[in-house]
Design a protein around this ligand. Structure first.
Ligand SMILES: Cc1c2[nH]c(c1CCC(=O)O)Cc1[nH]c(c(CCC(=O)O)c1C)Cc1[nH]c(c(CCC(=O)O)c1C)Cc1[nH]c(c(C)c1CCC(=O)O)C2
Length: 353
């Protein structure tokens, strides 16, 4: 799909620099937001989360609204990302799982058989009303700032469901994929249906862009990605094509997969820091890119951070739209003031020539 047909004058949504860049238009400044901008880098986040388990906070409308707003107020970013987690829709359909601090999602009964697959029922609107209410409230409170909805992509969610928790090598997940392709495709098809519905409900409640996180897809070879994963990610991205919101698709260590992730149906391809942005732009064709400052650079002196940011903005000028971001999420120990300074720098930087 090309986005060139959109006429910004006819579409008030595209007055946002973030949405303009997503659609390949030229905004007045490079837009910026950060993956994991809401979270432990913010003292106000740590304060509100005190004594409230992560998953509980994701289902509390007031907390979702407040935590989502925190980085928007503090940093002046160009987009909000709704506070939740990729495992929230799985929790909402009754999967027994928790998010363990310092570890990540842990699933009580990992799914490794056809019988267990039956526990993955469809997501119904009633399962997530506290969340869609939060999205509606946020859209009011955000005014002109767009809200990004998100979901985990089939492979990344499958990895948590099959492994039972975070995994370095995704051994059990790949074992299932190679041993029983039929069960594998059934599993990813179920997850794709759930992710599609979760995204649709967020957009219907007012989100104006979506991001599909395939964080761990970089563990796959291009051939395996094409055979076992891409059709399911494409199904999710296709399922929201009619909603007319930009679709961002991101994964870590996906340099060799960038063109494929674009072809899965992304309008914007997220790039981690391992690939120079100009090379990434060459790989994604007529699509926008998002990224890609190394999150650890935020621990460097300000002039080093800003020099790298300037290089990224300069490289981004060759793209069919560039949204500035980190190459992965904000690290919890990051100084919040360094993030605010970076937003100010990205907004005020005038590219040379
Ligand atoms: C793989 C993945 C997960 N969750 C997510 C992904 C995909 C993005 C990525 O690659 O990072 C997505 C996610 N998780 C969270 C958001 C919020 C929105 C935002 O980006 O600001 C988003 C978009 C909040 C969160 N999700 C989580 C936290 C930390 C919870 C806390 O405050 O204790 C937050 C703010 C928990 C979580 N959830 C997950 C992990 C690995 C962790 C970290 C565990 C830890 O280090 O404690 C799974």
């Amino acid at each position: 799909m090309t986005n060139d047909v959109r006429d910004p004058a006819l579409d008030s949504a595209t007055t946002s620099p973030f949405l303009q860049a997503c659609w390949g238009l030229e905004p007045s400044h490079t837009p910026v937001w950060f993956m994991r901008q809401a979270g432990r880098s913010l003292p106000e986040y740590l304060a509100i989360r005190e004594g409230v388990p992560m998953l509980e906070s994701c289902f509390r409308t007031d907390m979702v609204v407040e935590i989502t707003m925190q980085p928007v107020r503090r940093h002046g970013v160009d987009a909000a990302i709704f506070f939740s987690d990729i495992v929230v829709p799985l929790k909402a359909i009754g999967i027994d799982l928790d998010i363990v601090p310092g570890t990540g999602p842990v699933v009580a009964d990992p799914i490794r058989s056809a019988d267990q697959l039956a526990t993955l029922r469809d997501l119904e609107p009633d399962d997530v009303t506290s969340i869609t209410d939060a999205v509606k409230g946020l859209v009011q409170e955000l005014g002109g700032t767009p809200l990004i909805g998100f979901a985990g992509a089939p492979f990344t969610l499958a990895s948590y469901l099959v492994e039972g928790g975070p995994s370095r090598d995704h051994r059990r997940t790949k074992e299932l994929m190679y041993r029983d392709p039929e069960l594998w495709h059934a599993l990813l098809g179920r997850i794709a249906a759930i992710a599609s519905q979760f995204l649709r409900l967020q957009v219907e409640a007012g989100a104006s862009a979506i991001q599909l996180f395939d964080s761990w897809a970089g563990a796959l070879s291009p051939a395996d990605y094409d055979t076992y994963v891409r059709p399911h990610s494409a199904a999710v991205l296709d399922s929201v094509a009619d909603l007319d919101v930009p679709r961002i698709h991101f994964g870590v260590g996906t340099g060799e997969l960038l063109s494929r992730m674009g072809e899965a149906g992304a309008d914007v391809v997220g790039v981690d820091w391992r690939v120079p942005l100009d090379e990434a732009i060459g790989r994604v064709g007529q699509r926008a890119v998002q990224g890609n400052l190394d999150p650890t650079l935020l621990f460097a002196p300000t002039e080093v951070v800003h020099a790298r940011a300037a290089q990224i903005i300069d490289a981004g000028r060759a793209a069919h739209g560039h949204v500035f971001n980190l190459g992965h999420g904000v690290l919890p120990a990051t100084d919040a003031d360094a993030l605010t300074r970076l937003v100010d720098f990205v907004h005020s930087y005038e590219p040379e020539g």
